[in-house]
Design a binder for this molecule. Structure first.
Ligand code: ADP
Length: 533
């Protein structure tokens, strides 16, 4: 009689196939358990049988020369219908399910069968561990228990096999990623930077052979000017578990410098040692493209500056009326042309400043000097601009009496550029009849220069982009108001190069405050104050 199908047959089969065990080779551990079952139960045959869709396949078969039979004649196909119980058939000729079974009637001459189902945690009965005899018999309780225990061991083996396969698969996946990644990956000791492991891309990047790399540490392939920053990054990774993105150079075996971008994570080796995985991108191409772009911008800007200066000078002379009065229509057209020529000049000056900053060619002449005259000068030079927007400018000072005059160690010209940027932005974004206030606020041994406006403020989405190059919150609106999107990026670098900090406060819709903070340099003790970046 054919056995019914288990209620979870589809899932059971899917799981069984996923084990990848059907038609696999012999494995000693399964044979050992079958032998043990055979001797404990004193039968001539023991089998680890797995029930496939239309066959039973034997992972192990002791005492029987078969590797599989059809599912129709399988005793085990009946056993798996009750996953929690042993199926014991003491005399198959007396059992209506088996009395006409070809294995009973034919040469195999099976009479006795006891099978313990192999059941997964999900309740999938894959097959059985069974013992078989050619004469009717019984098993005592101890033998039945042993058979059940051994079936559990077979199941453990199947699970181990499954876990092992999953592990191998994921290891293979990782290894492929590690070996094929277009990113160099290295593992170093945290304490001395020696290499532990690295992928082929790192060997390609650095030019040394794998044996040579194992004798090096990161300092050997890093230009000495990065020593301090490297140290800093190591402290960071030790404290926070990661570092980067960090741009630096490595020294190739041939002596050339390779620009790279690093990101690292800290791990703990099984012996407790701290190690760092670092992912390294070769950014040579990007750097080359940036260089070409910078050179191009710089060359174009230089070429444009001279003719533009003469155009705006000539237009300035014309609109000033010094060469005689102009017809009204012509005057207004020339005024527009003059304004735009000045705007272009500003853009070109910003671009040239940016290029100099990037190339590290801009010098800063930090001199200890009183702050107030510089601020007053800035207000003075931006007054005409503010007037043209119908915006008023005012200065407010809030400082300790004994610290006046407020002394700072800065480059006056560069600070005026920063203030011109803050003030012109504040003016540009102010409503008509608005007020822009410049406040000098002493905060302990620092002085904050704040430019406050009543404009629309900074939207939440734009906040983090504000100090990036060529960014404007709303390019159409800013285009109407003029500007290059470079001003704040340049200001930030200027302020930081003068040992200050830059920032802003703004509630959208309620104006903005842009500020720069510098250490005071009034007292001898102020000079030892470490700059805050
Ligand atoms: P721009 O030359 O365009 O003014 P900036 O770098 O100085 O370049 O400013 C970048 C952008 O930041 C501006 O276009 C504007 O969107 C925003 N911004 C700067 N200052 C203010 C302000 N006071 N109020 C509102 N938005 C501002």
């Amino acid at each position: 009689m054919n056995a019914a199908l288990p209620y979870n047959e589809l899932q059971r089969l899917a799981h069984l196939h996923a084990l990848n065990i059907l038609d696999s080779g012999r494995e000693q551990s399964f044979d050992d358990i079958a032998c043990l079952a055979m001797s404990l139960c004193r039968t001539p045959i023991a089998v680890v049988s797995l029930i496939d869709s239309d066959r039973q396949w034997f992972k192990s078969c002791v005492g029987l020369h078969a590797t599989e039979t059809s599912r129709d004649v399988s005793f085990c196909a009946h056993a798996i219908l009750r996953p929690d119980d042993l199926l014991v058939v003491e005399d198959a000729t007396q059992d209506p399910r088996f009395h006409d079974n070809p294995l009973v009637l034919g040469d195999e001459h099976i009479r006795f069968y006891a099978g313990a189902p192999l059941v997964s945690a999900e309740g999938h009965a894959f097959g059985t561990l069974c013992v078989i005899d050619r004469v009717p018999r019984r098993l005592d309780q101890l033998q039945l228990n042993s058979l059940q225990l051994l079936a559990r061991q077979v199941m453990q083996l199947l699970q181990l096999r499954e876990a092992n396969q999953a592990l191998q698969l994921s290891q293979q996946k990782l290894l492929t990623l590690y070996n094929q990644a277009p990113v160099a990956i290295i593992l170093n000791h945290l304490d001395d930077g020696r290499f532990i492991e690295f992928n082929p891309e790192f060997v390609r990047l650095i030019g040394y052979s794998a044996e040579e790399i194992l004798r090096l540490n990161t300092a050997d392939i890093t230009p000495s000017e990065y020593a301090e920053e490297d140290q800093h990054k190591l402290q960071r990774v030790a404290a926070t578990g990661r570092y980067g993105p960090y741009e630096k150079h490595y020294i190739h075996k041939d002596g050339s410098l390779i620009p790279v971008l690093l990101n690292g994570v800290l791990i703990e080796a099984p012996d407790g040692e701290q190690q760092v995985w670092t992912f390294i991108q070769d950014i040579s191409e990007r750097k080359r493209a940036e260089q070409i772009k910078n050179d191009f911008v710089s060359a174009v800007s230089h070429e444009l500056r001279t003719p533009l200066t003469s155009i705006s000078g000539a237009l300035g002379l014309l609109v000033s009326g010094k060469l005689g009065s102009l017809p009204e229509k012509m005057d207004s057209m020339l005024t527009i042309a003059h304004k735009n020529a000045l705007r272009l000049s500003q853009l070109i000056n910003d671009l040239l400043d940016m290029e100099k900053l990037i190339a590290g060619k801009m010098g800063f002449d930090l001199k200890r000097q009183p702050l107030v005259p510089i601020i007053e000068q800035s207000l003075e030079s931006n007054k005409a601009y503010a007037d043209s927007f119908d915006v008023s400018l005012s200065l407010h000072i809030c400082a300790d009496e004994q610290d006046i005059p407020l002394m700072v160690a800065i480059d006056a010209h560069r600070l005026q550029q920063v203030l011109a940027n803050f003030i012109s932005n504040a003016v540009k974004f102010s409503p008509p009849h608005g007020q822009v206030e410049v406040h000098l606020i002493q905060q302990l041994r620092e002085i904050k220069i704040a430019v406050i406006d009543q404009g629309p403020g900074i939207s939440d989405e734009f906040r983090e982009h504000l100090f990036q190059k060529f960014t404007q919150a709303d390019s159409s609106a800013s285009r109407q108001r003029g500007g290059t999107g470079l001003g704040l990026a340049i200001s930030k670098t200027f302020v930081e190069r003068m040992n200050g900090r830059i920032g802003f406060d703004s509630v959208p819709g309620q104006g903005a405050t842009f500020f720069a903070i510098f250490p005071l340099a009034n007292r001898a003790s102020d000079l030892s104050v470490t700059p805050n970046h």
